[in-house]
Design a protein around this ligand. Structure first.
Ligand code: NAX
Length: 328
């Protein structure tokens, strides 16, 4: 048996975690021969429901699940972590400004960043799911200066998958035929799903969908607002699809990406495409099995560049709003 991987998950009593945890414990994420230790982190009010989640995980009798620790102590929760999936955060409530939300969650991510730096394994990788995920990731990363910037990620794979599904539906194709569909910018209503460089069966999308007005209009709007549409229909925000996207993000980071493909994840900018260095921004990326690098030389065109710039501007505004949470 391989030595177990330690996987820490925050927001472990929440609805995304409810879909995510059994898939980690069953081997779907880290491999069918890879034992895992789960460290499940909640705030105090979440500890009772988390006890129920732990009972259910135990009752699955997963052969690869080595042990489970449920805790509200961050030092315990991130102890020896090889992967930290930061799912928990406080949702926006009625009357709350975006700045208030950024401030509340920002403070949480300071503590988490510091605790990860103090306790995690040397090879720690972090994926932030809890919103606003790009800026939460930035705050945690800046408060853990001992961990290389290449280990920090925020999730935009759900947006990629939503965009793929929308394009496939319109083109009467299958989602597996749609590739290279990158999300650029923030995980927010300003994100840009790049239909111009996406491919269907290796051909440009325009070959299958000549209706440029739909691509520039309803397609982008629907991807940007898909989360709200799911809340309107289900009465709850997306959970199964979010958990699935988190799993695919981790899998893509751990595998070598074929040279013809790319996937979306928000990473610390290295200055590519004129994005301020260190800003956590979604790009098309390829992994070497350990580190995701930003794919170079993708031509966004005038339309895409303008859309991307709007999203970069939003990220810079968010950064300015939390400047007091970022160590100089
Ligand atoms: P839930 O409200 O079901 O669960 C969140 C859990 O986090 C709760 O159990 C809560 O007690 C816990 N929590 C809050 N603060 C915490 C802290 N400081 N430490 C540990 N746990 C804490 O939300 P859920 O539907 O699971 O969504 C979780 C987060 O994912 C939200 O912020 C949501 O906005 C975000 N999402 C991000 C997506 C993305 O693509 N990046 C898509 C899906 C989702 O909207």
């Amino acid at each position: 048996m391989k030595p177990p991987l330690v996987v820490s998950v925050t927001g472990a009593a929440g609805q995304i975690a409810y879909s995510l945890l059994p898939r980690i414990a069953s081997g779907q994420v880290f491999g069918a021969d890879q034992p895992v230790i789960l460290r499940l982190i909640e705030i105090e009010p979440g500890m009772k429901p988390l006890a129920g989640v732990v009972m259910e995980l135990s009752d699955c009798a997963f052969p690869l699940l080595e042990s489970i620790e449920a805790t509200s102590d961050l030092d315990v929760g991130f102890s020896g972590a090889n992967w930290a999936l930061l799912v928990g955060s406080v949702p926006r409530k009625a009357g709350m400004e975006r700045k208030d939300l950024l401030g509340i969650n920002g403070k949480i991510f300071i503590g988490q960043g510091e605790a990860i730096e103090r306790n995690a394994a040397d090879d720690i990788n972090v994926l932030v799911v809890g919103n606003p995920c790009n800026t939460n990731c930035l705050i945690a990363m800046k408060n853990a200066p001992g961990i290389p910037e290449s280990r920090w990620h925020a999730m935009t794979r759900l947006d990629e998958n939503r965009a793929k599904s929308s394009i496939a539906h319109r083109a009467h194709a299958h989602t597996r035929d749609v590739t290279n569909l990158a999300i650029w910018g923030n995980h927010s209503s300003t994100l840009y799903p790049d239909f111009e460089n996406a491919l269907i069966n290796g051909d440009p999308v325009s070959k299958y969908i000549p209706d440029r007005a739909w691509l520039e209009g309803d397609f982008i709007k629907d991807v940007q607002q898909r989360g709200a549409a799911i809340i309107a229909a289900r009465g709850l925000s997306s959970a199964k699809s979010a958990a699935h996207a988190a799993i695919e993000t981790v899998q893509s980071l751990r595998e070598i990406t074929p040279v013809t493909e790319w996937h979306s994840v928000a990473v610390a900018s290295d200055g590519s495409y004129g994005v301020e260095k260190g800003l956590i921004c979604s790009f098309p990326t390829r992994s070497n099995g350990k580190i995701a690098s930003i794919v170079q030389g993708v031509d966004l065109g005038a339309f895409g560049k303008a859309k991307f710039q709007l999203s970069i501007n939003e990220l810079l505004e968010e950064k300015a709003m939390v400047s007091d949470l970022l160590p100089k």
